[in-house]
Design a protein around this ligand. Structure first.
Ligand code: KE4
Length: 425
């Protein structure tokens, strides 16, 4: 037995599924999870001493790589002054000022996870509009707050429970699901629920059914529909925020949302989420307005130190995005060639440094195509990557994340491994 297997056996006695987040349990890929003990730059090491090129990067937060010296130093220095006060601190103001500048929003509220950011943004949208219905897209994942666990993606989809137990029917009824990349499906719902829809929430790049980019005009159409029907447009940028560009998907696609949610990168590896919007909207939030939202550790100074340091590096070094685009393009092309050479039907969807290999011969532009992929072949692909020292997301409905710490040589190693694995799929 490896140490990972021993630990997993112990973990399953005291943690549901042996994990603190379902997708980590590797239940869809026919192997046990490798327990990690260290990360540096683009690489991680498991408890049995195996070294991997990391393509998860903590599910997106580590855009600069593991244990970035400046981020690490900022956390250590902040911790020396104490871990938490539950009082305003200077670094929260600096963080809010930078997030507003990078996002183009007027105000922001820090929370502790992407789920909390989305939950708060939805409550604000309902409070500000006086409406109760929300439109989301089948296969998109916005964290595990009740009203978002309706046809959800990510681990909910992987585990075969896109509609979670425990969500009251009355609540689920207020969540309407449209089809990603199909603006007409949104118009139909808006017309059928005229004056009742508070917001449309969308992943500007769907990355929780695997990566599915928005078709040209899709995001613009959502903007127009929201304006026409008096609903707010919420961009869930927990993945795309500060990932596609310093200004996230809003600047990458040139479409402005009314509210934006953040997570992952904003925390630099520490638990941070945020929601941002216009002053008019955000001033509806307590203690100024009637929409209540609070948090003991919101704006935690140690977490702010990690996030602020990472965001400052991204803000001051735009060439990071050029490098990420180059690495992403290199990997996508190499993977496509590898599968073509082995005559394996596969599609590689990518936006910037976020990509997914779909095992299908057809284009993947939405939920139904993603779900029709060969999941057993994906499982064999995943196990092959592990055997070749590559640590990727254990689900067809997730993404590969690159960091600025990855090198062209490592991308070529991944491609060489893919060529070998493709022969066995
Ligand atoms: P968290 O609550 O996990 O910080 O964020 C929820 C969330 C919200 N919105 C989007 C677009 C997201 O992708 C997420 C979380 N992403 C998953 C990975 N697809 C987190 C990994 C996990 O659940 O373990």
């Amino acid at each position: 037995m490896t140490k990972s297997e021993t630990l997993f056996t112990a973990a399953q006695q005291v943690l549901p599924g042996g994990v603190n987040s379902p997708v980590r349990a590797c239940r869809a890929v026919g192997t046990y999870p490798r327990f990690l003990q260290a990360g540096k730059g683009s690489r991680v090491t498991d408890v049995d001493g195996h070294d991997y090129i990391d393509l998860i990067c903590s599910w997106g937060p580590l855009i600069l790589g593991h244990a970035h010296p400046a981020v690490e130093e900022a956390v250590v220095e902040a911790a020396k002054n104490g871990l938490s006060f539950g009082a305003p601190t200077e670094i929260e103001v600096e963080m809010a000022q930078l997030v507003c500048r990078m996002s183009g929003m007027e105000m922001v509220r820090m929370v502790n996870s992407g789920t909390e950011a989305v939950m708060s943004a939805l409550r604000l949208a309902r409070g500000a509009t006086g409406r109760s219905k929300i439109i989301k897209f089948a296969g998109c994942y916005h964290g595990h707050s009740d009203s978002m666990l309706v046809k959800a993606g990510s681990g909910a989809l992987t585990g075969g429970a896109p509609d979670s137990a425990g969500v009251p029917q009355e609540m689920a009824a207020d969540t309407l699901t449209a089809t990603y990349n199909d603006a007409a499906s949104v118009r139909t719902l808006l017309e059928a629920n005229h004056g009742q829809v508070a917001a449309v929430i969308v992943e500007p790049v769907a990355a929780n059914m695997g990566v599915v980019p928005p078709q040209p005009g899709f995001l613009e159409a959502l903007r127009g529909l929201c304006d026409a029907f008096g609903a707010l447009l919420i961009f869930d940028e927990v993945i795309t925020g500060f990932r596609l560009a310093a200004g996230g998907a809003q600047s990458y696609y040139g479409v402005r949302a009314d509210l934006v949610t953040y997570g992952k990168i904003i925390g630099g590896g520490m638990p941070v989420g945020a929601y941002a919007g216009s002053r008019k909207l955000m001033e509806q939030v307590a203690p100024l307005g009637p929409v209540y939202q609070a948090g003991t550790l919101s704006g935690n100074p140690v977490a702010m130190a990690a996030g602020l340091t990472q965001l400052r590096i991204l803000d001051q070094n735009p060439d990071v995005y050029t490098k990420l685009e180059r690495l992403g393009q290199r990997l996508q092309t190499g993977l496509e060639d590898a599968f073509l050479s082995a005559r394996i039907p596969a599609r590689v969807n990518r936006v910037g440094s976020v990509l997914t290999v779909f095992f299908t011969g057809k284009p993947v532009t939405g939920y139904d195509q993603a779900r029709s992929c060969d999941l057993q072949r994906f499982a064999r692909w995943y196990r092959g990557l592990l055997d070749h020292g590559i640590y990727a997301a254990p689900s067809q409905f997730e993404a590969m994340f690159l960091s600025a710490a990855h090198t062209a040589e490592e991308i070529d190693q991944i491609i060489a491994a893919a060529r070998e694995i493709a022969k066995t799929l």
